[in-house]
Design a protein. Structure first.
Ligand SMILES: [Fe+2]
Ligand SMILES: [Fe+2]
Length: 259
């Protein structure tokens, strides 16, 4: 659906900064409903997914790079984590690009959205950015990659399975360094928890706008428990995530009439 066909209100500029640079091949849309959302199990969906994922990995790389530039005085350990993340996300972008081309697709074939980059642009502190990008977006991505890995293996798509497998290992490291940093900072000064809470609230509000037309009806998979523990979440945090995920999926199943 083209943006001109929709009657939605504009995104709130309080929640969304500028988008990243994209060359003219890309068609950039603002919300999920304006993307090409093909049904699961269709060939178009698999193709579009590679394209979407390629752009998302690029946004994550750009977020990590921007944080490195914006916070030159942050601890060396966290800057080293961000630098490594830039390299990893660049590799993920190139992996999806290669797969897209190998399977007959091309850059710019589908519209993309850069909401991750735009939301991070409205968070002015490193703890908040890490809480949103690494600890939330990437933890959700880890659940998705863990599920997709099993799905690709079951289908016998070894090339895709290997891509997810390598990516999963990298994402664990990205979440882990953020978890370690956030926990150390909270121990030194529990007041920094306010920055994190503010950032997470902003993200929740922004998400509600991006996905107002759908896109969060994921009920196929839950929390990747082992991978999240490996990524530095405590057993209690994982337990809460599992409970929330189960409740959310049950609500989605009820809404879709799947129960
Ligand atoms: Fe990645
Ligand atoms: Fe990552």
């Amino acid at each position: 659906m083209a943006p001109s066909d929709t009657a939605r209100p504009p995104l709130d500029p309080r929640l969304f900064g500028d988008g990243p640079a994209r060359d003219p091949r890309f068609t950039v849309r603002e919300v999920w409903a304006e993307l090409e959302n093909y049904p699961d199990g269709t060939p178009e969906r698999d193709h579009e997914f590679l394209h979407r994922q390629m752009n998302e990995e690029m946004c994550v790389m750009e977020n990590a790079a921007r944080s490195l530039a914006d916070f030159p005085d942050a601890d060396w350990s966290v800057r080293k984590g961000l630098a490594r993340q830039c390299a990893d996300e660049a590799r993920h972008t190139m992996n999806y690009h290669r797969l897209l081309l190998a399977r007959g697709g091309h850059v710019g074939q589908y519209p993309v959205t850069n909401f991750q980059y735009r939301i991070l642009g409205r968070i002015d502190n490193l703890l908040g950015r890490l809480a949103v990008q690494n600890r939330s977006f990437e933890a959700d991505g880890l659940d998705a990659a863990t599920h997709a890995l099993a799905e690709a293996r079951a289908k016998g798509d070894e090339v895709l399975a290997e891509t997810y497998d390598a990516q999963q290992a990298d994402e664990v490291c990205h979440i882990r360094f953020a978890n370690d940093y956030i926990k150390a900072q909270l121990q030194q000064s529990p007041r920094v928890g306010l920055q994190i809470a503010r950032a997470l609230n902003l993200c929740a509000e922004a998400f509600a706008q991006v996905f107002a037309g759908g896109g969060e009806d994921v009920e196929k998979y839950g929390v990747a428990v082992e991978a999240r523990l490996e990524a530095g979440f405590s057993p209690e945090e994982v337990e809460v995530a599992v409970r929330q995920s189960n409740e959310r999926r049950a609500a989605v199943r009820a809404r879709l009439g799947l129960t």
